[in-house]
Design a protein around this ligand. Structure first.
Ligand SMILES: Cc1cc2nc3c(=O)[nH]c(=O)nc-3n(C[C@H](O)[C@H](O)[C@H](O)COP(=O)(O)OP(=O)(O)OC[C@H]3O[C@@H](n4cnc5c(N)ncnc54)[C@H](O)[C@@H]3O)c2cc1C
Length: 404
């Protein structure tokens, strides 16, 4: 792609080496900006968890030139089953049943594809975080600190993109405390890669154990061990972090005997080298930019896993930001305003979808469990096409928001 002469030499600081941050650096570099990426962690993280990529994410990945590298780990013979602790199973609803032909990948597949596409002159600084941000009309002064050496430095940038996730430091420094923007959904999640396929089931089987207030999902992949996702409802979110994650998860699924599948999932989670355990929160803000500092991805609009669109929207948001900066090369503020105006209705709808969809992931109580089971039966009935449109994630997941 041709570089725009007007933007050559402009420096952008991207905070966060996740999907949103890498995609932003990639897109803006192609436009002629000089990105520097800060990452708090000492090194890149690996695999992660199952991620479905829907329309907007697939389209953005293609335009960013990384779709082939992202790949698709959704096997041709995947079947999803609803199971119970006693080993009974019946047909469930899996990704292939959803409209829009989503891809199934690991978060690491997307990050690796984007990272591999980064040109060598994009500087990535690990173990480094911003500690102070001050700006004037013409630029942003960012003070950073290295976690190991403690060394601090202040540098000037033309633009700062906070793509540092749910508990964003950039947001905290520029917009205010987390409590002003985080909206708890009163759910917890745990996830990891399993050591082996679930015993007693085919390696291509997706499994869902959904009970009142808790669920466990197993996602099968081509050429990779499955991942598990635990999701459960809680009132005391803080209390969940006061003991080891596996203890909180076991307690949430107790006191009934776990049965063979859950037991294996618990054991693998306890033994996993890398595992996720977190509360589910949405980020809601009145505006995502302040002067030349802009938030992007989970930092700005965290949709939560229940929308199934966070990774897709992170890439689309990054691509769109580049498009707007290309359209207004001499007016960053206008570019940010137009970028936000286009994206906001989309993310607002997806946040709404997530609050409904969480009942499909994890019914909050016994009544919701019964409703969910009924919906699944209808979705697997001859009336399925109508119900899938009504209940499953539909139009929003199929939209290409950048092109729309
Ligand atoms: C279990 C689960 C399942 C999901 N399923 C799907 C799905 O099916 N489909 C989908 O589209 N989305 C899904 N999502 C959501 C999706 O994974 C996220 O929306 C997306 O990965 C967010 O990317 P991000 O780059 O905005 O933030 P993050 O991935 O959080 O990346 C932020 C980065 O910033 C770094 N960082 C944080 N603080 C600092 C700091 N102070 N200084 C420097 N660096 C910092 C972090 O270390 C990290 O590398 C799921 C999420 C979860 C948890």
């Amino acid at each position: 792609m041709m570089r725009n002469s007007t933007t050559r030499g402009r420096r952008v600081l991207v905070v966060g080496l996740g999907i949103s941050g890498i995609a932003t650096a990639l897109r803006l570099h192609r436009l002629g900006w000089e990105p520097v990426i800060l990452e708090r962690a000492a090194a890149r993280r690996s695999g992660g968890y199952a991620v479905a990529l829907f329309g907007t994410g697939v389209a953005s990945a293609a335009r960013l030139g990384v779709l082939e590298a992202v790949g698709n780990r959704l096997g041709p013979a995947v079947h999803t089953f609803e199971i119970d602790r006693r080993g009974r199973r019946r047909k469930g609803l899996g990704l292939p049943d959803l409209p829009g032909g989503p891809r199934l990948v690991l978060r690491g597949d997307v990050e690796n594809a984007l990272y591999s596409a980064l040109p060598p002159d994009v500087e990535v600084r690990f173990s480094t975080s911003p500690v102070a941000i001050a700006q004037d009309e013409h630029g942003v002064d960012v003070t950073t600190r290295h976690a190991v050496t403690g060394a601090t430095a202040t540098e000037r940038f033309d633009l700062v993109v906070g793509a540092d996730g749910l508990r964003s430091t950039v947001r905290q420094l520029v917009f205010g405390p987390h409590a002003d923007f985080l909206h708890p959904m009163n759910y917890m999640i745990g996830a990891c890669v399993l050591r082996r396929p679930v015993q007693g089931h085919a390696t291509s089987d997706g499994l869902v154990l959904a009970e009142a207030g808790r669920s466990a999902w197993v996602f099968p992949f081509v050429n990779h061990n499955p991942t598990v996702l635990f999701s459960y409802r809680v009132d005391d979110v803080a209390g969940q972090f006061r003991r080891p994650a596996i203890e909180s998860i076991r307690a949430a699924f107790g006191p009934e005997p776990a049965g063979p599948v859950l037991s294996q999932l618990f054991d693998d989670y306890a033994a996993a080298e890398e595992r996720l355990f977190d509360s589910v929160e949405q980020v809601r803000m009145d505006r995502w930019h302040e002067g030349r500092v802009v938030l992007l991805g989970d930092a700005a609009w965290c949709l939560t896993l229940y929308s199934g669109m966070g990774a897709s929207t992170g890439m689309a948001g990054a691509e769109l930001l580049g498009n707007m900066l290309e359209r207004h090369p001499d007016d960053v503020l206008r570019a940010l305003i137009e970028w936000e105006a286009k994206l906001r209705p989309f993310t607002a709808s997806l946040q709404q979808t997530a609050t409904t969809m969480r009942q499909l992931f994890t019914p909050s109580g016994e009544l919701q469990r019964i409703v969910r089971a009924t919906i699944l039966r209808l979705m697997n009935s001859p009336a399925a096409p109508i119900f899938r449109r009504l209940v499953g994630p539909g139009a929003l997941t199929e939209i290409d928001i950048v092109a729309a």
